[in-house]
Design a protein. Structure first.
Length: 194
């Protein structure tokens, strides 16, 4: 039987943890150990895909384990063969699993709170996108009549801003930057700078 480095480390960690807990009299129930083995077997039997963490420019490697039956990700861990992170992840990368649909707290509908209201309402995406487009256009129409010190009409709006996310890659960041610049926005910032 051939064992991989990851399998060896997982087995060593499990055996060492059980030995340490047993020495302190904190040995958990046998069923919990069997559940852990079933997850390990599930990881071995799943399809694994390598990808890159999108949080920063480091490019840490991730391994996503996908269930054959459902096609859903059930585990994300660092890629030990990636030369950047060698299997380790920062706190943001380790929490990457919470971005998947496995997160039970993930919002699936648009939440809207009217001005001066104290409660949230569920809205559909068409309503939300049309409202965002209308408010942006109204702000642009009002601001585009601004002139500079020479009296020339300027192609910009100063009442709408864009704050980028650290959860997008360079290509998405470029695309968003170009699209908001084409709308005349001048207040453009990115979370990674903050």
């Amino acid at each position: 039987m051939e064992i991989t480095r990851r399998g060896f480390l997982a087995l060593s960690g499990a055996v060492g943890s059980q030995a340490a807990l047993g020495a302190f009299g904190l040995m958990g129930p046998v069923k919990a150990y069997a559940d852990e083995l079933s997850k390990a077997n599930k990881v071995k039997a799943s399809k694994q895909y390598t990808t890159v963490c999108a949080y920063c420019s480091c490019g840490c490697g991730l391994i996503c384990s996908v269930d054959y039956m459902t096609g859903k990700i059930f585990n994300i861990e660092g890629d030990p063969e990636n030369p950047i992170n060698e299997g380790s992840l920062c706190a943001k990368g380790a929490g990457f699993f919470d971005l998947t649909e496995a997160n039970k707290h993930r919002l699936r509908k648009v939440q809207y709170r009217a001005p001066y209201s104290d409660k949230w309402e569920e809205k559909d995406w068409d309503w939300a996108l049309n409202r965002i487009a209308r408010l942006t256009k109204d702000a642009r129409d009002k601001d585009f009549v601004v002139t500079n010190e020479k009296g020339e009409l300027v192609n910009r709006t100063e009442s709408v801003a864009h704050l980028g996310s650290s959860n997008i890659d360079n290509e998405e960041c470029w695309l968003i930057s170009m699209s908001v610049r084409s709308m005349g926005l001048v207040y453009i910032d990115h979370q990674a700078r903050v």
